[in-house]
Design a protein around this ligand. Structure first.
Ligand SMILES: C[S@@+](CC[C@H](N)C(=O)[O-])C[C@H]1O[C@@H](n2cnc3c(N)ncnc32)[C@H](O)[C@@H]1O
Length: 172
């Protein structure tokens, strides 16, 4: 408790409605108005949902966020979109704030359950694919370069083959 959370790419509020009970406030941001509409219906009162273009409302949260969380978000961002997302998020984070990121890491030999799907992955240097479900696989060096470009440092890195992810935590 006592923390202000934000999720970029919150979708229909699957995470927000569960995690809101553990924080003071939760701000969910997404580019899908349909998803945001559903999120508002299913979430408790300390959740706020805003579209990425609601600039005036969003600006009230500048410098107020302790923790940015994301789920199934960074895996779908190529380098250009990841840069845009970090440019956006920088406005919201408190100086000591943290961003929790989920990058894709192909590791089929460790995959369990539905993670065993055959993934079609692209390089993050590729232009954004038309399919919004496209997945980009960053090398650790590419992640480090991206993070440092924005004045952040990595404070936690957990490669997790079972879920085909690199879980990364960054701060300034
Ligand atoms: C795979 S869904 C995950 C939704 C949610 N995080 C969850 O775990 O259920 C990805 C979400 O990110 C949103 N999204 C993707 N790129 C975005 C961007 N650049 N800015 C805002 N939202 C974005 C999509 O609209 C979608 O709702």
């Amino acid at each position: 408790m006592g923390k202000a959370l934000m999720e970029l790419g919150c979708g229909a509020g699957a995470l927000g409605k569960c995690i809101a009970r553990y924080c003071d406030s939760y701000l969910g941001v997404d580019c899908s108005r349909i998803a945001l509409g559903i999120a508002k219906l299913v979430s408790p009162e300390n959740c706020t949902y805003l579209h990425v273009n609601e600039h005036k409302e969003l600006s009230k949260y500048f410098g107020t966020i302790d923790t940015v969380v994301s789920r199934f978000f960074w895996i779908h961002q190529n380098m250009e979109m990841a840069r845009r997302a970090l440019t956006f998020l920088r406005y919201f984070l408190k100086p000591q704030g943290r961003i929790y990121m989920d990058f894709f890491m192909l590791c089929q030999e460790k995959a369990v359950g539905h993670w065993k799907n055959t993934w079609i992955t692209l390089s993050p240097q590729e232009p954004l694919a038309e399919a919004t479900s496209a997945t980009y696989e960053y090398t650790f060096e590419e992640i480090t370069t991206l993070i440092e470009e924005f004045g952040f440092k990595i404070i936690h890195h957990q490669p997790h083959g079972e879920t085909q992810r690199r879980y990364i935590v960054i701060t300034r």
